[in-house]
Design a binder for this molecule. Structure first.
Ligand code: HEC
Ligand code: HEC
Length: 135
């Protein structure tokens, strides 16, 4: 095959991948990799609110923001322990839903659990009955 054709094929398959995945993420291991950029950001805002934290709680800041600009993150980096725990929490939540709740709730998908079920806007969930009376 002439070299020009090979190049053309490679460029074509590369373009196809970009349209197919529709986001710039390089390191999604739990979230469906073809998720749209909008949906990914919606999910990230939801988990931030669920724990009452900002993006930097899990992601490395590479450039601080100013009054006019938002901070820049290396969101693909796995440097922060909190991001690794969050990824395991996603796996745990999926597993509880699939293995234990799906058979009970049937098509009532809104009865499945999410991060907010336990975290309720806090980093540390209430784990013991005693804590309910301290706060
Ligand atoms: C509680 C931790 C946590 C918070 C807070 C959080 N993220 Fe994430 N984020 C993750 C995890 C975990 C992944 C990887 C998911 C996976 O592996 O499927 C991820 C992945 C991403 C990715 C994809 C990176 C790549 O290239 O793979 C982007 C972009 C991102 N987050 C942006 C944000 C933004 C913007 C915010 C704030 C609105 C935010 N995240 C808040 C945990 C968090
Ligand atoms: C079934 C309850 C439950 C669910 C659901 C849950 N978590 Fe957790 N999470 C916990 C508990 C318990 C801890 C341990 C808190 C502690 O350190 O005492 C924890 C710890 C964490 C931590 C570490 C906090 C720290 O100490 O820095 C992160 C990050 C986290 N969860 C993210 C998430 C995310 C993101 C989701 C949703 C994908 C989620 N969790 C869903 C119960 C839950």
């Amino acid at each position: 095959m002439p070299i020009a054709w090979v190049t053309l094929l490679i460029i074509e398959s590369f373009n196809w991948q970009i349209t197919e995945s529709n986001n710039n993420a390089k390191n999604l291991q739990v979230i469906y990799p073809d998720i749209s950029e909008n949906e990914l950001m919606k999910d990230m805002k939801t988990i931030s609110l669920s724990l009452g934290v900002e993006c930097r709680y899990c992601h490395v800041v590479i450039k601080e923001g100013t009054v006019d600009t938002a901070p820049m993150y290396d969101a693909a980096s796995d440097e922060k322990q909190t991001k690794l725990i969050a990824r395991d929490m996603m796996r745990m939540t999926n597993s509880i839903n699939t293995n234990y709740l799906a058979p009970i709730v049937g098509d009532k998908k809104s009865r499945l659990i999410t991060c907010v079920t336990c975290h309720m806007g806090h980093i540390t969930p209430v784990s013991h009955i005693d804590s309910l009376f301290i706060h």
